[in-house]
Ligand binder design. Structure first.
Ligand SMILES: [Zn+2]
Length: 93
């Protein structure tokens, strides 16, 4: 389902159904919406979650610096390397 990314000025991204429960209710969230900033490091951190509020199972992509990375991680279940994440953070995306 097409979802709006919290960063990227309203750009949309196609999120695949959840690989665990099969429901098509994944949403982009900011880490700071889910827990305190101390736990997530930065309020710009973005995560895709299978929305509990819409009957999903709560599975998450992991926390990424950009909506594209979180969306890719959700769709491919293939994590970025630590080096790639550091590079994106240094670029301030
Ligand atoms: Zn799910």
């Amino acid at each position: 389902m097409l979802k709006t990314m919290p960063d990227g000025e309203g750009l949309k991204y196609e999120l695949k159904p959840c690989p665990f429960c099969g429901k098509d209710v994944a949403e982009f969230c900011r880490g700071s919406d889910l827990a305190s900033e101390e736990n997530f490091g930065s309020e710009s951190d973005i995560v895709v979650v299978c929305s509990c509020w819409n009957g999903g199972c709560g599975a998450a992509s992991g926390i990424y610096p950009t909506g594209y990375m979180a969306g890719d991680a959700w769709n491919k279940r293939a994590a970025y390397s630590v080096a790639e994440i550091r590079k994106a953070l240094e670029q301030g995306c």
